[in-house]
Design a protein around this ligand. Structure first.
Ligand code: 13P
Ligand code: SF4
Length: 370
């Protein structure tokens, strides 16, 4: 990791004090800290968190909603983020200077975010500059990326997107410049550009380990969108065959997937959208309707439990769960909160000031789109 990124060294959980404690004991300790710290503490929870953790979140949401709310409460002094590292970094960039952000387990990363680092993106940018005018390329980073990459976008007239606003962001980008470099998720980039009518032969995939990303100079010159070769290990498990199996078994079923799924899965589905969209769609669905949902397992299981009047199935026969989100558990949450209350905080996520200023710029461009 580059020296300017947020340190991700984990303070170790003291095993003897937390691991053997019964859940009820840990829950009572978490409640006690919440009562003690009151409105100065804000616990944010991403929809993929396990039930035992998300029930303590003051606000639940997708990446866009949580980043919009990170700086919103005037009384808040501490944000404990039950999510993954890039979300906590984003909260640190967007929150006021007198707010500190904590991640209960620093090992809660995102394997997709780790697929693009600053050095490789800068190398790709210089390679592209030898062939095309990079002043005519907008760098667009999915929010699932390090603060350093958001800062790179900030410095180069670029922007951040989330799964809920990728279309709006790419519209903005193409209205200004001819091309976009989209990282780290090739699938969100391809699905969005395809919905906008960009032909597949004007999309190239950039593999950072290969010369010119594995492309010919001609293909680079022809491209409108350059898709970084990254993906989500959870969403890549959903296949078009799973959609076909459900349709054969239940002809009236609706298939609802996250845009991190492959283009083939998205095209076979009925509806596509962010975790917040998925949740709202299921909430609004009529009783008796049947759904196959392609996103992280904890969210799908929770929706199935909360809507017993609807038949909600997990799209894949495999277990597709976000193992890094799952690292945030009751022992880590209790440990993080008790240290905060004691005045010995652990696992603060602190983005360096210079990175923060440029990252805020690309996030601001996104948030201004509404
Ligand atoms: P959402 O913004 O849709 O919640 O997605 C975040 C994420 O990491 C999905 O894998
Ligand atoms: Fe990252 Fe995929 Fe987990 Fe989302 S589900 S946080 S993209 S690894």
């Amino acid at each position: 990791m580059n020296a300017t990124t947020t340190a991700r060294a984990a303070a170790p959980l003291p095993f003897e004090d937390f691991r053997p404690a019964p859940d009820a004991d840990l829950e009572a300790r978490i409640e006690a800290v919440k009562r003690e710290l009151g409105a100065s503490l804000l616990i944010l929870g991403h929809h993929y968190q396990q039930d035992e953790v998300i029930r303590f979140a003051d606000i639940r949401g997708d990446s866009l909603k949580l980043s919009q709310l990170a700086g919103a409460r005037p009384e808040c002094r501490s944000i404990v983020f039950c999510g993954v590292h890039f979300m906590a970094e984003t909260a640190d960039v967007l929150s006021r200077d007198d707010v500190a952000v904590y991640l209960p387990d620093m090992a809660a990363g995102c394997s997709m975010a780790d697929m693009a680092d600053l050095d490789s993106v800068e190398a790709a940018w210089s390679d592209l500059a030898e062939l095309i005018d990079v002043e005519d390329v907008t760098p667009v980073t999915y929010i699932n990326s390090t603060a350093e990459l958001k800062a790179f976008c900030g410095r180069h007239g670029g922007i951040v997107c989330t799964s809920s606003n990728a279309r709006k962001v790419l519209d903005w980008a193409f209205a200004r410049r001819r091309r976009a470099l989209f990282f780290p998720d090739q699938h969100l980039g391809r699905n969005t550009a395809r919905a906008m009518g960009v032909p597949l032969d004007e999309m190239i995939v950039w593999d950072p380990r290969r010369e010119l990303g594995g492309n010919s100079p001609r293909a680079v010159e022809k491209s409108r969108i350059i898709l970084w070769r990254g993906h989500c290990s959870v969403h890549q498990m959903f296949k078009p065959a799973h959609v076909a199996q459900f349709r054969e078994r239940s002809p009236g079923i609706k298939v609802l997937v996250h845009p991190e799924c492959s283009m083939e899965v998205v095209e076979a589905a009925d509806l596509v959208g962010s975790t917040e969209y998925i949740l709202k769609t299921i909430e609004a669905a009529p009783a008796g309707s049947e759904w196959a949902v392609g996103t992280e397992l904890h969210l799908v299981n929770r929706m199935a439990k909360e809507h017993p009047d609807k038949a909600i199935h997990f799209l894949s026969p495999m277990v597709c769960m976000c193992a890094t989100m799952y690292r945030i558990d009751l022992p880590h949450l209790a440990w993080c909160l008790e240290n905060l209350a004691r005045g010995t905080p652990v696992n603060r996520v602190l983005v360096p000031e210079d990175v923060k200023a440029s990252a805020r710029e690309s996030l601001r461009r996104m948030l201004e789109l509404g």
